[in-house]
Ligand binder design. Structure first.
Ligand code: MLT
Length: 271
């Protein structure tokens, strides 16, 4: 049976930066980072980690999936490695936000030599407790029976900073669209995958890659304390907190987020 495909964006030329999105979003949450990085001498690659109900645009490329539903963070990380193999990229900057950061933790755990620099945004290293596991299972079941509309209603107010919610209607509708476009089967599988994720607290001391940790001052889902926990455990790390930014800090404050990325990675030498 042929392997299924997943879409990804691949723009620019230079050192590769792999952008891993959060739940329940897709690669389009990185639009401002893809434009910025590709204009500054990087190759920006953003895969969809979870199935989408519609193809976002005809320019997207496709990558053969190794696993049908990608239910675990480990399988998502392995799929990122397979995409890098396909694109002949040995090492990259791995940048993950929230669920993407769980995948990034798994990636650096499995493939440490393939991570040049790590960027963790809206991240948490600790694994789920029993309450979190139960609530994710409830969400997964509700998604499978009701679809994504209730997820948009429940999550939207918690994803963006109050100022964005009040003043940037285009950003709010982009986030709503991303949620509604996520396939319920993929979203439920992602919830179950996050419920089964590893606790990475004890792995932090083994991570050698220079790491930038970014937190949103107003993140209602992953607090700056979660970022501080990672900073304390990761010897080669630097923490930045963005004001007027929530969980989707790269969409709340794209310029600030991009500046932090660039100053941490350094502008590549022109080829
Ligand atoms: C995300 O943005 O990826 C989710 O909020 C992650 C989570 O539910 O832990």
């Amino acid at each position: 049976m042929p392997l299924p495909h997943r879409s990804y964006d691949d723009e620019g030329a230079g050192p590769a930066v792999i952008l891993l999105h959060g739940y329940p979003f897709n690669r389009s949450m990185w639009r401002e980072q893809i434009d910025f990085l590709s204009a500054h001498g990087f190759r920006a690659i953003a895969p969809d980690l979870v199935a989408q109900t519609s193809v976002c645009d005809s320019s997207a490329r496709n990558h053969r999936l190794k696993s049908m539903l990608l239910p675990t963070m480990k399988e998502m990380a392995q799929d990122v490695a397979a995409l890098m193999d396909e694109l002949r990229i040995e090492q990259a900057v791995i940048c993950g936000l929230s669920m993407g950061a769980y995948v990034a933790f798994e990636f650096v755990y499995l493939f440490p030599s393939r991570v040049g620099t790590l960027v963790l945004a809206g991240a948490r290293a600790q694994g789920p407790d029993e309450d979190e596991k139960q609530s994710r299972e409830q969400q997964a079941r509700r998604i499978l029976t009701e679809g994504m509309a209730f997820v948009a209603g429940a999550m939207l107010p918690r994803l963006l900073a109050p100022r964005t919610l009040a003043e940037k209607p285009t950003v709010v509708s982009r986030v709503r669209e991303m949620i509604l476009r996520t396939d319920p089967q993929g979203a439920a599988a992602a919830q179950r995958g996050m419920a089964a994720r590893r606790d990475h607290s004890d792995d932090l001391a083994d991570i050698d890659a220079p790491t930038l940790i970014i937190a949103g001052r107003e993140d209602a889902i992953r607090k700056p304390e979660d970022a501080e926990f990672i900073r304390l455990g990761l010897r080669n790390s630097h923490l930045e907190i963005i004001d007027d930014a929530g969980h989707l800090m790269n969409m709340d404050q794209p310029e600030a987020f991009n500046r932090l990325l660039l100053s941490f990675m350094g502008e590549p030498d022109p080829a």
